[in-house]
Design a protein around this ligand. Structure first.
Ligand code: ACO
Length: 322
């Protein structure tokens, strides 16, 4: 398969570190030094599905396809306002598509999980065009009195349109079951029969464990996808890593012995937008002409689970109208 369209969208509300320090015991210096984040976008009056629709429509606009040409929509999402149906079902109607959809909850690695599923559908010959959309509102999962978590996240959506081709060179997915590293639990509806305690709380994260697992997992996955494709780190032009923490990105960069020019980042202005971060970054780079025809891209993401995923692909330039 190959990517023929990209799109992204983010909420209008900008939340700077200074704004957080008006109601949290935190400051710009701490957040910037420990994470790289200066501001993030947070959902206010928008609905997540509106952002996702904007990202999908922008991705379709850069192709010659219409919504009806899409054979499958794969939606990467952790939380949204619906428990059921899946967000992909909601989005399919909004977009005017008629194809089946599935939701993938691979936490921050969900976009690459969704790409791998799409790849399998292409290889089985069941599809000609697939739309993968990642739409996330992690701001709604945080305790906004907990300075150790809420400062890290932002909301947004990114999408890609895929068609038949041979640009994707390799994938690697892993899951090491470790829910205690990063999780949120919520109470389900009351029944007269439930007689157990059920936790109900915002995200709990062991930041230092997550940091170490993220670095270890990402390096392992990147090595795997490069070995599978017989590619060396020098032969990769752009490392698109999950935008969780600039220090995580820097540690992986040093291990790969590559310069910052190969490690694009926009965590400064968007924070950690979960599985949306990579497609949002890809869209921004592609529209700014920063990815050239034939460039090789490595993507790598990690998140709750603990899930990790990476892939390697060659870029075919997209002509954007604007
Ligand atoms: N402002 C000021 N001080 C703070 C803040 C804050 N926002 N948050 C924590 N602190 C304090 C802590 O209370 C602690 O104080 P103490 O020493 O008095 O106890 C001190 O700062 C140091 O805290 P640490 O947790 O040791 O700080 P660390 O350097 O590990 O940085 C961080 C914390 C940024 C969370 C880091 O561990 C990290 O980035 N981990 C990875 C997190 C991550 O990437 N999560 C998402 C990945 S998965 C996904 O995307 C869903």
């Amino acid at each position: 398969m190959k990517i023929i369209g990209t799109g992204s969208a983010h909420p209008k509300q900008v939340v700077t570190n200074e704004m957080l320090s008006t109601f949290l015991d935190t400051n710009d210096e701490w957040i910037k030094t420990r994470t790289g984040i200066q501001e993030r976008r947070v959902i206010s009056s928008e609905r997540l599905e509106d952002l996702a629709l904007e990202a999908m429509e922008r991705a379709l606009q850069s192709t010659k396809l219409t919504a009806r040409d899409i054979d499958f929509i794969i939606c990467s999402n952790v939380v949204n306002e619906y428990i059921t149906p899946g967000l992909g079902c909601v989005l399919q109607g909004m977009l005017g598509a008629t194809c089946p959809t599935i939701d993938v909850n691979g936490a921050c690695a969900g976009f690459i999980y969704a790409l791998d599923i799409a790849d399998a559908f292409f290889k089985s010959g069941r599809v000609k065009n697939v739309l993968v959309v990642a739409a996330e509102e992690p701001s709604r999962m945080m305790d906004w009195t907990d300075r150790s978590t809420c400062v890290l996240f932002g909301d947004g959506a990114g999408a890609v349109v895929l068609t038949e081709g041979d640009n994707f060179e390799s994938f690697s997915l892993t899951n090491t079951s470790m829910p205690e590293a990063l999780y949120q639990r919520h109470k389900l509806q009351y029944t007269p029969y439930v007689d157990k305690d059920e936790p109900d709380h915002a995200v709990i994260m062991n930041g230092q464990d997550v940091f170490k697992m993220a670095v270890r997992g990402s390096i392992r996955d990147l090595n795997r996808v490069m070995q599978k494709a017989n590619v060396t780190p020098d032969q990769v032009d752009h490392y698109l890593l999950h935008q969780a923490n600039i220090r995580i990105i820097d540690t992986i960069r040093e291990y790969m012995k590559q310069g910052w020019d190969k490690f694009p980042h926009f965590i400064e202005k968007y924070g950690n937008t979960s599985s949306s971060s990579i497609p949002m970054l890809l869209d921004e780079m592609a529209r700014e002409g920063k990815i050239k025809d034939g460039d090789r891209i490595a993507m790598s993401a990690f998140g709750a689970g603990f899930t990790t995923a990476a892939c390697l692909l060659k870029w075919t330039e997209i002509k954007y109208e604007e």
